[in-house]
Design a binder for this molecule. Structure first.
Ligand SMILES: CC(C)(COP(=O)(O)OP(=O)(O)OC[C@H]1O[C@@H](n2cnc3c(N)ncnc32)[C@H](O)[C@@H]1OP(=O)(O)O)[C@@H](O)C(=O)NCCC(=O)NCCS
Length: 287
């Protein structure tokens, strides 16, 4: 049987951190499946295309054993995500190595704030590296719904470019301009907008995913979510815990909470967010 213990110096030298490339996506998907996460190869491709200098892998004897990504929203904020270590290589310091590498990389780029959404498994490690919790999110889930009255699909004809007003609203709600990222998400999503808000839904590995949904008022948010939840597939929806109206709506529409994530930041927290306008986040990997 292979010995995976990396405690010795010689073993550590077999471990390297390198850029994550498009060719590595099939192996990265094995880590996603092992963790039971919902990302698809399209999600990885979008991320690696958008941030080719800031996605990394840990390799052990050339085998990819861990991943980490980050996406910069200008100089103001970088969001870290997709921290995954293959199960048989966990608790051997590889996660810490990847996160330290990413922090150093982002500090070299003079990013003002670094944030992430932590699972309970990651939170302890991130605290040890200096991250602090600023808020919480809950993931809500709804079973398959064969009874959806009208099904909105993901065909090219359904796709929409967001208006400038929506991009301005998003900047107020999220705290920084993420227009370039929203337009890439919209290209792979069912995207819908009203006068005072917009929302998206995309396909995941296990189920559909609602997010982002940004709205200035509850009635608009409700109308957006009712359109977005009209799919026969199971759905995940991540809601900032401060948004009580969104959580009430989730309950009313038959969703149940399935897990909690901690939103964390490092060093300076300079991003003025407005979580009550965020009815769904984009996803934990990008905020
Ligand atoms: C969370 C995760 C990324 C951590 O990666 P990891 O490589 O296991 O992390 P490390 O080994 O660097 O550190 C994890 C713990 O192992 C401990 N550890 C490190 N080296 C060790 C060793 N040789 N022997 C025993 N324990 C060790 C660390 O002190 C740390 O302790 P803590 O959990 O009490 O903080 C990994 O468990 C994972 O992929 N989980 C599933 C997906 C997930 O939840 N990702 C996080 C998303 S935010």
């Amino acid at each position: 049987m292979q010995d995976n213990n990396l405690s010795g110096q010689a073993e550590k030298s077999r471990l390297q951190v390198r850029p994550l490339k498009q060719d590595d996506i099939p192996r990265a998907m094995e880590l996603v499946a092992a963790a039971g996460w919902n990302q698809t190869p399209t999600d990885w491709k979008r991320m690696v295309n958008a941030s080719p200098q800031s996605c990394f892998q840990a390799t052990l004897d050339e085998l990819l054993v861990g991943t980490i990504t980050s996406l910069a929203y200008g100089q103001q904020l970088a969001w870290i995500g997709m921290m995954l270590i293959a199960p048989e290589y966990q608790r051997q310091g590889i996660g810490r190595l990847l996160m330290q590498h990413m922090i150093e990389h982002l500090r070299d780029k003079n990013v003002q704030s670094i944030m992430l959404d932590a699972t309970p498994a990651g939170e302890g490690l991130y605290r040890k590296l200096g991250f602090q919790v600023c808020s919480h999110l809950r993931r809500w889930r709804r079973d398959k719904s064969p009874a959806a009255s009208q099904i909105f699909g993901d065909t090219a004809a359904d796709r929409t470019e967001l208006d400038q007003d929506q991009l301005t609203l998003d900047k107020l709600a999220f705290g920084v301009d993420r227009s370039f990222w929203l337009s890439q998400l919209a290209a792979d999503s069912w995207c819908t907008q009203r006068d005072k808000g917009f929302g998206m839904r995309r396909s995941g590995r296990l189920c559909d995913y609602i997010g982002p949904v940004i709205s200035q008022d509850h009635a608009t948010a409700e109308s957006l979510i009712i359109e977005l939840e009209s799919t026969t597939r199971e759905i995940f929806w991540d809601i900032p815990a401060e948004n009580v109206h969104a959580e009430n709506l989730a309950r009313k529409l038959g969703f149940s909470p399935v897990r909690e994530l901690s939103r964390m930041w490092l060093d300076n927290y300079t991003v003025p967010t407005f979580p009550t306008w965020q009815y769904a986040i984009c996803d934990p990997a990008t905020g």
